[in-house]
Design a protein around this ligand. Structure first.
Ligand SMILES: NC(=O)c1ccc[n+]([C@@H]2O[C@H](COP(=O)([O-])OP(=O)(O)OC[C@H]3O[C@@H](n4cnc5c(N)ncnc54)[C@H](O)[C@@H]3O)[C@@H](O)[C@H]2O)c1
Length: 451
């Protein structure tokens, strides 16, 4: 009897996906959640977006956008297809699937800050319904879904519902999946649809339903056996990047000392048709993922008396890069018989990478602070940020400076290589250019120092 009922509820879920009547909720309408809303909406689903930030809800409700690369017209088109945003969690009860995309930053001790996931789970639990599919997308350490999310959902829902662990959900059960977000902001070389979606359910039916749901917006889904395997997959991807970037950052410092151009070397090595994937050096790591996620695993590994040496070493090398930029700047000024103390310095770019409006963990912020500490008069230019106020680790309170009269600065440091910059003009008009990104690679001039 139960078997018959549950089989049909699974079939019902699938048919709701097929005929687009499934109600999908996305919790956390940031860089990950909002694009996800739009993808489902394009596939004709009525989407409900949840966010505790009332300002974001208001902007979306009047058809606006707060992410530069998402035009208002996309939000308005989604609204016409039934998209609405709310801060009211009671609407969770009406959802067939709920996808959680809330932040997972580090705390002050470089450990995981899971308070956003905890608070989200606590807010969802009172409205949980039997048969609902709950998906976590936030990047986190292996074990979070089973050790943190599910216990809160189970303990704090008034109906006493449990996560389905053995096949089909019974009448008192809900489904749980972990499916990591793999987006690379600003990278338009791969369409979002073509990025395969990894899906790890608590049981095979959860994986099947998760794959069915994501199969509507992604060309390929990759089922894995457990939520922990999916959590670890995401971390492996980011640790791979973090370690390889550290490697080229270290080799860059050596190459500079040896008078070899690391960029030329990487370009030449990249011609090997197998066994080599290029990574590029820079002023340090930025963004919400690569500088943060590896530490989630290091933290968890300690529970197993395990020391993640590659992660620690990569972190050490990458964290040192902004200091290296400042040292190189001081050395370059010294050659001109100038000191960093009292120098007028313009930092180009505060976004953590080119052509995006995201400055989380940006190395520019550290570089600006270090320069100020050394007594430099620092200004910045970034077409994406009119003002930089207070963040997790900085408090700059600086306004964007127009990109003009470059001769007034003792030195201009290219930290973010935005495509809009006219590098020839910048080199021509500046006394000294410190290039941390190889943005001036086509330009030969005495006043360029690459570091
Ligand atoms: N940004 C990326 O490129 C990227 C890529 C891959 C993975 N991720 C991961 O995705 C997750 C989300 O990242 P993001 O960049 O979208 O973060 P974000 O800060 O841009 O957005 C998170 C949103 O969640 C909202 N929020 C916080 N607590 C909430 C709550 N209790 N209920 C409802 N809404 C709440 C915030 O107001 C914010 O709008 C993180 O775990 C991140 O590591 C991000």
């Amino acid at each position: 009897m139960t078997m018959l009922q549950t089989t049909s509820s699974t079939e019902l879920f699938k048919s709701k996906i097929d005929n687009r009547t499934a109600q999908i909720g996305v919790v956390g309408l940031g860089y990950v959640g909002l694009p996800l809303v739009l993808l489902f909406s394009e596939q004709k689903f009525r989407i409900t977006g949840f966010d505790i930030d009332q300002k974001k809800v208001e902007i979306l409700s009047r058809g606006g956008s707060y992410i530069v690369r998402i035009p208002e017209t996309d939000i308005q088109a989604a609204q016409e297809r039934g998209f609405s945003a709310t801060a009211d969690y009671s609407h969770i009860a009406g959802m067939d699937a709920v996808i959680i995309c809330v932040p997972t930053p580090l705390n002050d001790h470089h450990g995981p800050d899971l308070s956003f996931i905890e608070r989200t789970a606590e807010a969802i639990a009172p409205h949980l319904q039997p048969g609902q599919l709950i998906v976590l997308e936030s990047t986190t350490y292996p074990g979070t879904t089973e050790e943190l999310l599910i216990p809160i959902l189970e303990q704090k829902n008034p109906k006493g519902l449990k996560a389905a662990r053995n096949g089909e959900a019974g009448s008192g059960e809900f489904y749980v999946v972990f499916s990591p977000e793999r987006e690379d902001p600003g990278n338009d070389t791969v369409a979002r649809r073509d990025i395969p979606k990894v899906v790890g359910g608590l049981n095979p039916t959860a994986t099947e339903l998760g794959s069915k749901l994501y199969g509507t917006i992604f060309n390929r889904t990759i089922p894995v056996s457990t939520p922990a395997a999916a959590e670890m997959t995401k971390l492996l991807e980011n640790i791979y990047r973090c370690v390889n970037i550290a490697l080229v950052n270290e080799l860059k410092v050596l190459c500079l000392r040896m008078g070899i151009n690391i960029w030329e070397v990487i370009e030449a090595a990249s011609t090997k048709p197998f066994g080599f994937h290029p990574f590029y050096p820079g002023p340090g790591l930025g963004g919400h993922c690569i500088p943060i996620d590896p530490f989630y695993l290091s933290w968890k590994a300690k529970e197993y008396d395990f020391h993640t040496r590659f992660i620690e070493l990569a972190g050490e090398v990458n964290l040192g890069m902004p200091y290296f930029v400042v040292q190189s700047t001081a050395a370059a000024l010294n050659k001109q018989r100038k000191t960093l103390n009292g120098a007028n310095v313009l930092v180009l770019g505060v976004a953590y990478k080119k052509d995006i409006d995201d400055l989380r963990e940006s190395p520019s912020l550290t570089i600006i602070e270090l320069l100020q500490k050394e007594g430099a008069n620092v200004r910045y230019n970034d077409p994406y940020f009119a003002f930089v106020g207070r963040g997790r680790k900085y408090d700059l309170q600086m306004s964007n400076t127009p990109l003009e009269d470059l001769g007034q600065y003792d030195c201009v440091i290219i930290v973010t290589d935005h495509s809009d910059y006219d590098y020839e003009k910048i080199v021509r008009e500046s006394k000294l250019v410190i290039d941390t990104r190889n943005a001036t690679k086509k330009i030969q001039a005495e006043n360029i120092v690459r570091c």
